[in-house]
Design a protein around this ligand. Sequence first.
Ligand code: ADP
Ligand code: ZN
Length: 608
Amino acid sequence: MDKQEVLRRYFGHGEFREGQETLIDALLAGRDALGIMPTGGGKSLCYQVPALLLPGVTLVISPLISLMKDQVMALEKAGVPAAFLNSSLSAMEWRAVYDGLRQGAYRLLYVAPERLEAENFSALAKELTIPLVAVDEAHCISQWGQDFRPSYRRIADFLSSLPRRPAVGAFTATATDLVQRDIVALLGLRDPVRAVTGFDRPNLFFDVRQPRNKGTALLELLRQREGRSGIVYCATRATVERLCEALREHDIPATRYHAGLSEEERRQNQEDFQFDRCPVMVATNAFGMGIDKSNVSFVLHYNMPKSVEAYYQEAGRAGRDGEKADCILLYSAADVATARFLIESSSGGDLPPEKAEEVRRQDYRRLSAITGYCRSTRCLRGELLDYFGQAHAERCGNCGNCLGDFRWEDITREAQMILSCVLRVREKLGFSVGKTLIVRTLRGSRDARVLQLGLDRVSTYGLLAKVPAAQIRTWMDHLELEGYLRVDGTHDTLEVTGKARGILFQGETVSLPVRADRQPERSRRRKAAAIPPAEDGLYDALRSERMRIAQAEGVPAYVVFSNAALADMAARRPRSLAEFLEVSGVGEVKAQRYGEAFLQAIRAFEER
Ligand code: ADP
Ligand code: ZN
């Protein structure tokens, strides 16, 4: 068998995705490899395919217990013998896996990193043929990432303790240089073959909304997505509690997850979500890495997250099955204040003061990037890809800003006030100040610093007294974007540029694009929401069949078939087992196991 055949027979896919082949070829040739792909990009296949072609058992090091169980279950359904070792197993189960390993019964073994150090495991590992070690979520090895796990640091020791060093494949969705370098150095990768694939996720629809009332907006969004599964991320535990309860009162089947809950409750709630008993999960960012639920069809952010990286990672949990999915962020100016407060009040742990200060500065830079995303009027996908340094078309046609209606609001008068305020203040003081002081001056604030500097005596004091600070900031941001204002990078002070003369003295006008957000939700929905492709009900019939099987076998529905596979099935309407095998996502074992049932469902549907 070759890799192409493995792909078709076990996983039911016709071709490899970008990057997969490069990594697979490297690992098959015994070389180390580093795969950087976005969530949902198909990293698992990069070690699962080699595992089926190499002799012995491939070790997969993965940080999350729940993820392991699911992956093993999914592999077994596809006819790939696999097992996992972690703290959730009883002594007896543990022994059964050990016996299986000695007999060469598995192609893949998933282990938590802590297990590598267990005395009896390292002894066993020395007896086994291990051609390949795959390190999943490899960024956990770096303390620059968000999910640092000290136990990852000992993987290198484990590798060198083996009689023959296996090929090592490291996989992550985190793209920064610093993290990549850490992975290579700390895992001891030897001249790894790299594949960094595009970060774009074309099936995700991105939007930022600024509703007057977030609660009502959220409820409306969830009602429009009834019967679908999704995650609502909140900034704090208290918000999770409050929202989850409110949603339940409105009969939305929600459950909750945050670090303050007992381990038992977290496990239970996660499982309820996984099995679609509670399709809506309300959670803090503690609910995250390792959620391998492929049919998440929306990720809503009730609060602005703390960075673009965090946002892309969380939003990226939607649509892993390749189907259309929505990522919508509900933004308010108060989110920025909360985020500032959280940064200010973070103690910096046991870091030395200078180090803690450096971290804080870094946090502020991240905050300003995500705030920029929230306020942007450009293509949102473009904003995200820019952040990750990837080229893109100017407009994607599948985000709230590309599809939104903008009106142009003339802000020439306001711009003149802001620009002259910056000039007057500089004139008075002999030095430049930051945005905050300018906003306070324009609003006529009695703030101590304003009075102390005598800014209440400049002529522009109080000119915009009735305007909310956030609004003034939006105007300033726009003036900055258009090149009328410049922020000095080292001191964060504001300067008027030469270009501003046009507005101040030569009758030039300036307008701000404003999204007509009051536009009724419904008209946008058709394009935005994930609507199953089959309109005639076959898709629903196949879903019920899948649900029936999943319940009978006690597994989550997507372990049987992904939504994408069902959609393809509905489109192709196979009539024979041979035709059934053509369906994307159907391998031989699954065809054997489920083919007849689904063919029967299709026949029944056609004869109805
Ligand atoms: P990651 O681990 O990178 O987040 P996964 O390995 O879980 O992503 O893959 C995400 C989805 O993409 C899965 O549903 C998987 O079946 C699908 N997939 C992976 N490779 C291919 C391929 N070559 N063709 C079609 N679908 C694929
Ligand atoms: Zn766009």
